[in-house]
Design a protein around this ligand. Structure first.
Ligand code: SAM
Length: 248
């Protein structure tokens, strides 16, 4: 008892919920959620009826106080967001912070996360990634945010909404080398799932090629900045080409 369980839920395919998550949702005294209707649908699917407490970005601080009171009274509380892992580009972090500050126990129940799913199937070979999440909506701030990422060697991970995808890709093309690989991971785990890889130089053309490609939910991965070793390799290839051309 007296535990806040941070429970990941599916990002599209309802089957992507763990047995442990279902068990915790069943035994919890209440479930704190972003949208009670949305979570209600998920629970109904698994025959779970439970008190739902709204905990969204507009009431996180007040919700945290209520939940802390209930945890101190010995209850078990589960925290979910609408999709995927709470507190990752989703509400939850303030609640977790306050609960930890109050000296109470927090337990993660790992599961779906769009970022990790995209990285796992995107094929960009890199041990490091830099999670950017959503870029600022305003063009100038977006440009500044991207400029700061130009030297990052890790794979960059962006979340984007369909109505901004074209603008975001145009902005990426102004800030990063056209040879970098970009991965569009669209509608992951859903019916129209699509994973497309191409050099950044070709990304806008690919998006414009079919209106369906601009629909749905996206993770964009962008290959990190070229390393000194990459540049040495390019230079070695260049010199080799010159030398070979000189050979009889
Ligand atoms: N907490 C979630 C997680 O763990 O991934 C992220 C929630 S955030 C509000 C929603 C964004 O996540 C979408 O705009 C999109 O960038 C990404 N996303 C969520 N579901 C996705 C899916 N099925 N396919 C691709 N991207 C998805």
């Amino acid at each position: 008892a007296s535990t806040l369980y941070v429970v990941a839920t599916p990002i599209g395919n309802a089957g992507d919920i763990s047995l442990r998550a279902l068990n915790v949702l069943s035994i919890a005294d209440a479930i704190a959620c972003e949208d009670t209707r949305n979570t209600g649908h998920l629970l109904a699917r698994y025959g779970i009826a439970k008190e739902l407490v709204a905990a969204h970005e507009h009431n996180e601080r007040e919700a945290a106080q209520t939940l802390i009171g209930r945890l101190q009274a010995g209850q078990r509380i589960a925290l979910v967001s609408d999709a995927g892992t709470p507190a990752v580009s989703d509400p939850g972090a303030r609640i977790v912070d306050a609960v930890l500050d109050a000296g109470l126990r927090v337990m993660p129940l790992p599961g779906a996360s769009a970022a990790v799913a995209a990285l796992s199937a995107g094929g960009l070979v890199n041990d490091q990634f830099h999670f950017v999440g959503f870029l600022p909506a305003k063009a100038k701030q977006r440009e500044l945010a991207l400029a700061e990422l130009r030297q990052v060697g890790a794979t960059l991970v962006f979340y984007e909404a369909p109505h901004r995808i074209v603008d975001t890709v145009a902005a990426l093309a102004t800030q990063f080398e056209p040879t970098r690989q970009v991965v569009f991971a669209r509608e992951l785990t859903k019916l129209f799932e699509e994973i497309h890889r191409c050099p950044l130089a070709e990304a806008a053309t690919w998006l414009a090629g079919d209106a369906n490609r601009q629909k749905g939910e996206f993770v964009i991965l962008l290959q990190g900045a070229p390393t000194a070793a990459d540049e040495d390799e390019v230079e070695a290839d260049r010199i080799l080409t010159i030398l070979l051309a000189e050979c009889p």
